[in-house]
Ligand binder design. Structure first.
Ligand code: MN
Length: 349
């Protein structure tokens, strides 16, 4: 039986993980059309490993997770860290909390620039690696904010089906796996740092306008993460939230999370909405996604961060004539009254 490119790619991307018989079962479930015997599969895997030898870590590393991490460092070559000038410089002695804003990954979306599930997962996995390069100071905790549109969903717009790699349930499965692996990498790279997760759903996950608003595929991803976390004995602190707004407490400050936010404060209507949220939630900083355009602003002297996307240009952005870099934001929260330091991770198209 010959091996397809997709099968070989799958083996390449999993070869450093230490694949077992379970891997074989999973492989066959993903590629049911070609039946390979376990022996043939193992020998193919050996060949693939051999071809990866130059980028796999040198001998002497015993920890399999560490090996995988080193391999990722080499594989993930396109990522870079971009620093956004901070507003105020403060000298502090307490450890800062690192907030990581993840949203608009659109698992399942296919674009002309090659965005697909495999690329989506790779970008998710590169997040902790890139942050580790950037943040060498001791951290109090890492707060990973999942701010919606993790999956692309289905039926969001009429021609979406032509631009989807798989159905929404499969998107959920793939996103969950990538995020769970990402959490594992965070744990390896930042030992002794508390890792928290806080969630809000996006508009793409909405099942339909007739269903309950919280029936949202993003919420399905978050539910699975929460269950996996329980079953693993609570290695992370997951703050499972299905509603559109959530206030997360970080280092003595309150951060408001919402998927859509507001694009800018240039109109009285937008200003009214923002001040309404401020009054209702009493936040110190505000993060949102949705617009696929990374930006940091201060509104009434409060930090507002709009996240970018990891998916890149598509028909809609081409129609609108916008081309924004693929970015995801981070914030260092040093404590109450201290303006946070911000920046973003960036990928090439
Ligand atoms: Mn959105």
């Amino acid at each position: 039986m010959t091996w397809t490119q997709a099968e070989t790619d799958w083996l390449l991307s999993h070869a450093a993980h230490g694949l077992s018989q379970r891997g074989y079962v999973e492989f066959q479930s993903i590629f049911p059309a070609n039946v390979h015997s376990l022996t043939a599969w193992r020998s193919k895997l050996r060949r693939v490993r051999k071809s990866l030898a130059p980028v796999l870590p040198a001998a002497g590393v015993s920890d399999a997770r560490e090996e995988r991490l080193r391999w990722l460092r080499d594989v993930i070559a396109d990522g870079k860290d971009v620093r956004v000038p901070r507003g105020v410089t403060e000298t502090v002695t307490t450890r800062p909390s690192l907030v990581v804003l993840l949203s608009d990954m659109h698992f399942g979306e296919l674009t002309d620039d090659g965005y697909c599930l495999a690329v989506a997962a790779q970008r998710v996995l590169s997040v902790p690696v890139m942050l580790k390069r950037r943040h060498t100071e001791p951290l109090k905790e890492i707060v990973i904010i999942l701010a919606g549109d993790i999956v692309d969903g289905s039926g969001v717009f009429r021609s979406q089906r032509a631009r989807l790699e798989c159905n929404a349930l499969e998107q959920v499965r793939q996103a969950m796996r990538a995020l769970w692996d990402m959490l594992g990498l965070f744990a390896v790279l930042f030992p002794d740092v508390v890792i928290r997760v806080a969630t809000v759903p996006g508009n793409h996950g909405r099942v339909s306008h007739d269903h309950h608003e919280e029936a949202n595929w993003d919420n399905a991803v978050y539910s699975m993460l929460s269950v996996a976390n329980e079953m693993a004995g609570y290695p992370y602190q997951v703050e499972l939230n299905f509603k559109k707004f959530y206030v997360v407490e970080v280092n003595g400050t309150k951060g408001l999370i919402n998927h859509k936010g507001t694009k800018h404060l240039g109109t009285p209507a937008m200003m009214k909405r923002y001040t309404g949220w401020e009054k209702r939630f009493g936040f110190d900083w505000f993060v949102h996604g949705h617009w696929h355009k990374f930006g940091v602003n201060t509104w009434f002297n409060k930090l507002v961060m709009c996240n970018g996307s990891t998916a890149g240009p598509n028909e809609l952005s081409d129609d609108m004539g916008v081309l924004d870099p693929l970015r995801q934001g981070w914030i260092l929260v040093r404590g109450p009254g201290l303006f946070p330091e911000t920046g973003c991770l960036e990928w090439s198209f």
